[in-house]
Design a protein around this ligand. Structure first.
Ligand SMILES: CC(C)(COP(=O)(O)OP(=O)(O)OC[C@H]1O[C@@H](n2cnc3c(N)ncnc32)[C@H](O[C@H]2O[C@H](COP(=O)(O)OP(=O)(O)OP(=O)(O)O)[C@@H](O)[C@H]2O)[C@@H]1O)[C@@H](O)C(=O)NCCC(=O)NCCS
Ligand SMILES: Nc1ncnc2[nH]cnc12
Length: 285
């Protein structure tokens, strides 16, 4: 097979179905990571009385058709209104599957947009590199996202973020997901390059995200003080060596107990970690 033919064959793997399946797998990568301060894992509900691993698995199952669908919309150059309509319908399916519990609303938004951007890159026949996905997101829907971010937020998290002057999900998207591309993915890649196993590399990346993200879940649950506490604790964990520490898992579990005691849950950071896992999975398509 010629080099050119091999390249085409490689890109032929970047179908909306493959892009979307990678999103579902990446969300499971996130769910399965443990310990994860304040968040739901397969063995711990964190700071949540209303959801557990079953809620998230049901949610993933309900969203299994959404991510390929929105990637296909991106592939045909759909406008933001069509993406938003697709996302709203997916949210409804998610809520129906979870009995009204908000498991992946942020992931429906963040990973949905990213899948659409990956679909647009695949349509150009280009490799699904992170920089190409980021550029496609901004080029196709950057202006619409900037307008979307100006809309008065409806959700309690978005309202708290606006009141506190934080960059909530809508603003993070309008900025081209800087924490994902400039913090989460580089931290994940650097941890793997240092030889950390996948579990520890993902844990290290999660703490890098918690340390810098304006996570509206933390602000909603703990106010600005709660958000700043979580960020400071994450910085402390990283300053002590992060997930490379010999007792990293025990330290992360102790931080989890602290977050649960304060009812803190960095749901936005969890979604951003999942998106970083998804970007890495794209390289295999
Ligand atoms: C644009 C929307 C996200 C809504 O706009 P809004 O500005 O209101 O968004 P936020 O409230 O700021 O965030 C919504 C969810 O996004 C995650 N998130 C939080 N901060 C950030 C951030 N800085 N960057 C990226 N993502 C962020 C987070 O989602 C995760 O946490 C939720 C679970 O945690 P939990 O504490 O349980 O949350 P609650 O249920 O609210 O609290 P309790 O009731 O349990 O106490 C879960 O959603 C995770 O995914 C924020 O919650 C968007 O919703 C929207 O417009 N959607 C419709 C259209 C659409 O989806 N389009 C897709 C293609 S355009
Ligand atoms: N594992 C998790 N626990 C709580 N909220 C989340 N949002 C996204 N993933 C989550």
């Amino acid at each position: 097979m010629t080099v050119q033919a091999r390249r085409c064959a490689v890109r032929a793997g970047a179908t909306p179905q493959a892009i979307g399946r990678a999103a579902t797998l990446a969300l499971y990568d996130e769910l399965a990571l443990s310990p994860k301060p304040g968040l739901v894992t397969l063995v711990d509900n964190g700071s949540h009385a209303d959801m557990d691993a079953r809620s998230f698995v049901r949610s993933l199952f309900a969203l299994r058709g959404y991510f390929p669908r929105i990637a296909a919309l991106g592939q045909v150059g759909a406008g933001f209104a069509a993406l938003e309509q697709c996302g709203v319908a997916a949210e409804a399916r998610m809520l129906a599957a979870t009995g009204g519990v908000n498991t992946h609303r942020g992931a429906v938004f963040q990973l949905g947009l990213l899948c659409a951007a990956a679909g647009a890159v695949a349509q150009q026949g280009a490799p699904l590199r992170p920089a190409a996905v980021r550029a496609a997101l901004v080029a196709h829907w950057g202006a619409a996202l900037a307008l979307r971010a100006q809309r008065a937020p409806i959700l309690p998290g978005g309202r708290v973020a606006r009141r506190l002057g934080l960059r909530g999900a809508a603003h993070e998207a309008a900025a081209g997901f800087p924490v994902l591309f400039d913090t989460a993915l580089p931290a994940l890649v650097a941890a793997q390059a240092r030889g950390l196993a996948p579990r520890l590399a993902r844990l290290d990346a999660l703490f890098h995200v918690i340390a810098v993200l304006d996570d509206s879940n933390l602000a909603l649950r703990g106010g600005l003080a709660g958000l700043r506490h979580a960020q400071a604790v994450a910085r402390g964990f990283l300053a002590a060596g992060g997930a490379a520490q010999p007792d990293a898992l025990a330290r992360a579990a102790a931080i989890g107990r602290d977050f649960v005691a304060r009812r803190l849950s960095p749901g936005g950071a969890a979604d951003t970690l999942a998106a970083a896992c998804w970007l890495q999975r794209l390289a295999d398509l």
